[in-house]
Design a protein. Sequence first.
Length: 558
Amino acid sequence: MEKKWWHDAIIYQIYLRSFQDANQDGIGDLQGIIRRLDYLKSLNINTIWISPHYDSPMDDNGYDVRDFYKVSPDYGTIDDFKDVLAAAHERDMKVLVDLVLNHTSDEHPWFLAAKDPDHPEHEHYHDFYIWHDGILDKNSKKKPPTRWISWFGGPVWQYVPALDQYYLHIFSKKMPDLNWRNTTMREELKKMIAWWIELGVDGFRVDASNHLEKNWEFPDAKPGYEHFSSLPKHHEYLKELARELFIPNDLLVIGEAGGATRKEALQYAGFDSEEFNLLIQFEHCWADTDDQNVLTPGKWAKGIIDLPKIKHSFAKWIEIFKNRGYHTLYWHNHDQPRVVSHYGNDKHHHERSAKMLAYTLYLLPGIPIIYYGEEIGMTNVDYTELDQFRDVEVFTEYNNFIRNGASHNLAMQALKDRCRDNARTPMQWDPTPNGGFSAHQPWIDTNRNTKAINVTTQEKDDTSILNTYRKLLSLRKSEDIANAEVTFIDIDNPRTFFVKIAAKTHDYLVLANFKGETIHVDLPEDLTAWQLYLHNTEPHHHPQHFEPYEARIYRKAK
Ligand code: GLC
Ligand code: CA
């Protein structure tokens, strides 16, 4: 395989709205990113992925695009965007942007024409979206064609009286799905993609990429996900984009496809695939659900962490891509809770568990994506009121929980444990109340722990979570960890995360207690030949003894 620029990418995901507010209006912005590029560079980041920066009514924080060619005034102007590109490129950093192709905002001019029978271009744009006349129920009353459920809860069909038709939206009702079978629509999107490439972006993260094709027979089902997810034809659309735009421009393109199978993985992101370069799948993200919980079901039902499931998932995906592509390593993104609250322990062992999570992930082969704030151990929200939340999904699901019979307190707990706002609070740069994110009241409340958890304080401490990330990412570079070999040890053990890594100049042994209880375990090797390289607590004189979340990295020269 010919070496590509992105084979040693260390990616950092910036949730633009929450990263750094430069003009003091309470909203993160593009100039804010520029101010922090040197910080990112100092962490050994060489690629940033910026969440949607397009003009949008912000029903879903920009995943609802109103104008693909315009920067949201919340974030700046096209000149600010060009400044970001120039400032990053000056520092040898690459810039990826989100590309939202499954839907637009209902305020996009295409949809305004599509839903209005009197609009002069109605005929042309109506078919850019997915419409249905509806069917008759047994009382001859019109109803939607299916009971399919949207990813944000509630029906996928929305009625438009002026047309006497329903449109399909698999996310919020302000996000109508585009009709990818329409070639004129595809040409319009390709023109738009070419425009951003021309401007100088180095790649994309393609949002919701496995949903582009739908089952146009519209069979009834509930929730019916299989009728709008991963249908074979969506691969054809992706190939069309890759052959015409992504490959000729040597971009790094990351697809998002929850539930991808082994076969599909290589189809998406194998070296000879002509679709993406990397794949974001979610198999390890919700390894702690409780199937018995009917009040706050699905991802909202918090249960016990199934550690073997996480390890098997890592092992499986690394094996799939071995010599055939690169695996994408990440703990979480803007759609999951903060990992230290989720898989670690933000109450009693905050620092230790955050480091344990870093040791266990960032010595594995593949291309890492670090989510903003993860490097200082930012935690879930500490909100007490429903109106402190912002995410559109929170409000539909809260109502569902109450309808299921949950109390307000129970519903609030499910939100605090699992909702997406957990990972969207302002970046905690310093100990001041708004964390140095903004002098203005931020668009979403800052976590009150910013006094204890912030960049400035951790910069001063050599052993902080932040400096642990710095060290591990630097090691990834010097030891070419992206291409290392990994062996999982005692993979079915429900408490330990033990791996052996063969890197460029050393072998590494990561020994971690992933749980909150003290354990005594058999060690996989006699440790006398190994040197203790990193540890998150002073080791006991019996090395078989592990404190809660204790983790150590040993190494040995090759
Ligand atoms: C993806 C994004 C998510 C967004 C959805 C709709 O899953 O990661 O944040 O809400 O697509 O665009
Ligand atoms: Ca701002």
